[in-house]
Design a protein around this ligand. Sequence first.
Ligand SMILES: [Zn+2]
Length: 147
Amino acid sequence: MYSEKVMDHFMNPRNVGEIENADGVGQVGNPRCGDIMKMYLKINNNIIEDVKFKTFGCGSAIATSSMATEMIIGKTIEEALDLTNKEVANALDGLPPIKMHCSVLAEQAVKSAIYDYAKKNNLYFEGLKDFNPDEEEDHHHDHDEEY
Ligand SMILES: [Zn+2]
């Protein structure tokens, strides 16, 4: 059911922890699985220098957040905002369809942390224009996918 990469990132998640005095912190939740994901960013000159995360949730949520942190370290903010949950899932060699919403959470966590950074620094990013930090879950996705 799960790829080797998903199992690897679940058993040995990368970049777990917190960053003290992080430049951006984002937290998102998924009421369906009960997943909660918190992401910390260290940003310097528009480059994401370090990322740490804490995820309380299912294996897919942990694996996708771990993979997402690896995919945005060293990238510009614009590149990180371009990261989609599909790219994260593909990098993990796929997720079971029932677990795709957990990868949405990883994408949202990245955006939420950058949103926090943008707000603190009075910055505007095109990639955040459709992001609503108060949105509890991915309303625009098909809710029937799980049943
Ligand atoms: Zn989940």
